[in-house]
Design a protein around this ligand. Sequence first.
Ligand code: ADP
Length: 464
Amino acid sequence: MPVRLRITLMFSVLAMLILCLVCSAIYFFSYKARISNISIRLTNRSITTASFLRQAEAFDYNLIQKIDSLTTNALKNKSVQAFDAQNQSTYSYSDIPGDTMHISQQILNNARKKGSYYFTVNAKDAIAYHYVLHNSDLVIVAAAKDVNGKKNLHTLLKILLLSILIGIIIIVIAGYIFSASLLLPIKKITGDVEVISAQNLTRRIATGNTKDEWYHLADTLNRLLNRLQESFEFQRRFIANASHELSTPLTAVSSQLDVTLQRDRSLDEYKQVMQSVYQDVRHMAKLTQTLLEFAKTSGSAGGLEISLVRIDEVVLRIPSEISRVNPHFRVSVEFAALPAEADKLLVYGNEILLLMALKNIALNGCKYSSNHHAEVLLSLQKGCICIAVKDTGKGIPQDEFLNIFQPFYRVDKNPGQKGFGLGLSLAYRIITLHKGTIEVSSELNKGSIFLIRLPQAESVAQSS
Ligand code: ADP
């Protein structure tokens, strides 16, 4: 069922219920008021008749009947009966001759118990009133038709039913208009979102000025679009850079082969070309490998093999890994006042990726310093493991601190040093996947410090 119809229905049902409840309450209290009104009038009639009957020596029954008959206009089809203490009928009067009431013993007893008892008899309202004064003990039963009261009540009922009918029509129309106005912002947001596509990601949803729920929805969607745009932009730049990095050696290979094949060459010349092509192919293979590693770390940690990793063991593997890359590179490892419990050195993560991240940072320390030496210091701080990678190399300008973590970014293109500009961005991705942080501080020509913080496994377990 469409939401608009659902809102209309819910609104209409609720409003109708309230309307019916109010009308029923009006009718109920009017009915009660009519009963109370006729009861007072019949009680007054009973008291008057009882007073006359008590003074029987002054008013004989005929006179009392005459007086009763004179009030015809006030009460229609009136009947009055009196009963003594033995429940014997001692007086009876009726506007219509022969219209006798059959009053049960129980009604008389109820009147004696409660003082005054309301009931209906022969479609008339009736009151049985217990009159006790000096030595007279009477129950007077007065009954009459409340023609005016019932007519008024009937008119009121008709008015209320008509009001309910008109009310329902108004409620349904108002509900339909109300639901349309309620859903209007959603319609606008849907319209805005529909025109946004991958080619058109700069467009945003209009939020309006009132800071209501619709504003927050549009704002949240806009923030999502910002992230999407950034991600698209990142992908686009990444693909362009990767294609460029791959096409350079490919072009070199193809032009070398092209030139070589133009005429016959000596064995030495062929060897030279083969050597150069082999270098380029190795370069491409390494780049492809790095790109694959990069792809592995894109996305969430959900797809990775996660286990408890002893970070000191990972750190201890760095020196041998680095000297395998370049035997002239040297990494020294230092542990700062580590606790006896090995549990404090555990992190949740992927050992291979963590080693890759730390290795990349240490490798840079060796690559960009004249002594080709980097220092790794492991320490513990409140709830986290800190790994500082220091070097005494050429340093990084402060305005490049953020850029160096971007894929394919190299400061001044680093003449003399090989690289794709992917090592730090890969390390950054791996560390953030492990809910860690990387900070860099550096001084030109003095050296750099990369500070990596990883959450301890035990503090992760406590917070989850
Ligand atoms: P690359 O393959 O160029 O080393 P990285 O992503 O590892 O790529 O590093 C990006 C750039 O950051 C490097 O090209 C270099 O200019 C700079 N850089 C990284 N680490 C250091 C360091 N320890 N000392 C000086 N410059 C560094």
